[in-house]
Design a protein around this ligand. Structure first.
Ligand code: MN
Length: 230
């Protein structure tokens, strides 16, 4: 099979038709989406979702993913979501289930590193690779037993494997914006008629200098240092 003939007949600089290619073919063959939605509800958390069998398997990760392989992040499995949910960014009205602001924090495709995803889920040990904008490389979800007060087996840990994408960078602090709109939570709330003040508590602090005890931004630190030494 080749696209040569298809391509020879067309001018892709003039026509909006897709050029096609190895990358597209590969993606189509194993195209499973993943999404991480930052959700400022009653508690701030990150909803980690993997497409499997026409739904999004979903875990609520209170602290969000970490790129540091020595850090295990609690991930509470929640109900499967529809595939279209992966594109949802906006405001869930207060009083409704999950009321608050939702951001598409990361999105991409994922590939299992095991031959049988269903068996891996049953076993409670799913290894996979992420191809997102923020999260990449090899990861694992491991079910825990009798920890986190979850006798129903809903409690898992999300852990980064050691590879070239592993890092001690605090990715949730360093990359706080939406990958689809570049907005912060407060902006999404404002645009959607939600509670911007509540949403803002999930965004990075605006004025670290006025909050003693919290780490200040490098710029602020530098300025303070200069003031002291001059
Ligand atoms: Mn949620």
């Amino acid at each position: 099979m080749s696209l040569d003939k298809y391509r020879r007949k067309r001018h892709f600089d003039v026509s909006p038709e897709p050029r096609g290619g190895a990358r597209a073919a590969l993606a189509r063959k194993s195209r499973l989406q993943f999404v991480v939605q930052k959700h400022r509800a009653t508690q701030l958390h990150y909803d980690f979702r993997l497409e499997f069998r026409d739904v999004l398997l979903s875990w609520a990760v209170p602290k969000g993913p970490s790129l540091d392989p020595s850090v295990k992040r609690l991930a509470m499995q929640v109900e499967d979501h529809p595939l279209e949910y992966g594109g949802f960014e906006g405001v869930i009205p207060e009083g409704e289930y999950g009321g608050g602001t939702v951001m598409v924090w990361d999105r991409g495709i994922w590939a299992p590193e095991v031959p049988d995803v269903e068996k891996a889920l049953e076993r409670g040990d799913l290894k996979f690779t992420l191809y997102g904008k923020k999260l990449r490389g090899s990861w694992v979800l491991v079910r825990t037993r009798g920890w986190g007060g979850s006798p129903q087996g809903k409690s898992w840990l999300l852990i980064k494997h050691r590879d070239k994408y592993a890092s001690t960078t605090d990715i949730v602090a360093d990359k706080p914006r939406s990958v689809v709109s570049r907005r912060l939570l407060a902006q999404i709330a404002r645009d959607g008629g939600g509670d911007a003040e509540k949403a803002a508590t999930g965004d990075p602090p605006k004025a670290p200098a006025s909050r003693p005890g919290q780490a200040s931004r490098p710029g602020t630190k530098r300025r303070e240092k200069i003031n002291v030494s001059t």
